[in-house]
Ligand binder design. Sequence first.
Ligand code: NAD
Length: 444
Amino acid sequence: MKITIVGTGYVGLVSGTCFAETGNRVVCVDIDQTKVDKLSSGVITIYEPGLEKLFQRNLKEGRLHFTTNLADGVKNAQIIFLALPTPPGEDGNADLKYVLEVAKDLGRILQPGDYKVIVDKSTVPVGTADKVRNTILESGKAEGKNITTAFDVVSNPEFLREGVAVSDFMKPDRVVIGTSTEKASKIMGELYAPFVRQGNPIIYMDEKSAELTKYAANSFLATKITFMNEIARLCELLGADVDMVRKGIGSDERIGRRFLFPGIGYGGSCLPKDVQALAKSSAEANYNFKILDAVMKVNEAQKTYIIPKIKTYFNGELKGKHFALWGLAFKPNTDDIREAPALYIIDALLAEGATITAFDPEAMNNVKGVKGEAIAYAEDQYTALKNADALIIATEWSEFRTPEFDQIAILLKKKVIFDGRNLFDLNQMQQLGYYYASVGRVIV
Ligand code: NAD
């Protein structure tokens, strides 16, 4: 099939590459000229495990192309995906300006008799498929065209997780296709057939249900994490161990083992904005979705939850203290720092007059882009420790899990670790003589 992806960020580049991998001819369109130039010349623009190999192969085979020209990009496409940003607007709802601008452009480009399926892959509020359809129609009408039968708009939310995006895309748990036309259903079903050969379902539904499914999924996940973060806080107050509680409840199939790890809050480009957008959509529908308000409030506080612990350890005075910070990305295996808890920790420490040397395997350049020289950056995890008063861990990268504790002890001024991701065993840390503060676990 001939496919165009508009928006070549995390979702667009992964989707485009994976569609090319199953034999489709894919054109990726982006307004960012630098990005398009890099990608066209074989330089990948995001870090995502396994993506580079697929990207290089499909680029070489001529199945993957990049352009900034939308009209050229969609000329031969049977299916056009919109993988555009939907950041929070001023009112908290998803800002649809990127999606609707492209819809307007598509209205100018589409021609009667040349049918295309337009797919919303961005996470968008209920009713957006209708808005996209109307925007395209009106813009076509303004050009004197009737393109009513030249396209259908489908909602096909994306559930990939950054860090494992390629395997999530190639073998999705499910594919959700929201459409009310048989023609579009059939085309989308054919496109996705190679991805669900193991029997995972393609679930067909109407556009609105598909749009809400994505928000419901992310809000549920955010709620699950937040619930555990609250249990962790209670564990600290009551002297229970959240690891034990987690195992105790996770073995119940109704609850499941995943997404039960407490920490310093969820971040990233999706969960925070999607919970906020669903709360806003609910309010607009005159429904007060109370759980979501609590989730947002708890998560906001959770991101800097270790700061009071650090302050208490240093007798309330952080001015002049120097910290090593391991982990900047919002989660491991990505360079994405959007809404990363580490950034909130950095701001809180700098505001107290502390200094920081950070290390992250992939995200340091992105942090340099927003924080500049406000903090120092180390070449490796051990160099970051030099002369620091304590180590703070904000992201659970695998290489942080079994570090050389002897080295840490030599490089830090004192053996002090504040672990926001519960990487180490409490008993081991006690035996090694570390002051070790983690989340929801206290040494009794
Ligand atoms: P992103 O910011 O990484 O990428 C968006 C891309 O769109 C950028 O490259 C930008 O230059 C480009 N763009 C902006 N305006 C454009 C225009 N007019 N024409 C062409 N390109 C344009 O965003 P993302 O993380 O890929 O997210 C895209 C959507 O997918 C969002 O709605 C997001 O909520 C959703 N989503 C993201 C993830 C994820 O893990 N990142 C997962 C599922 C769903």
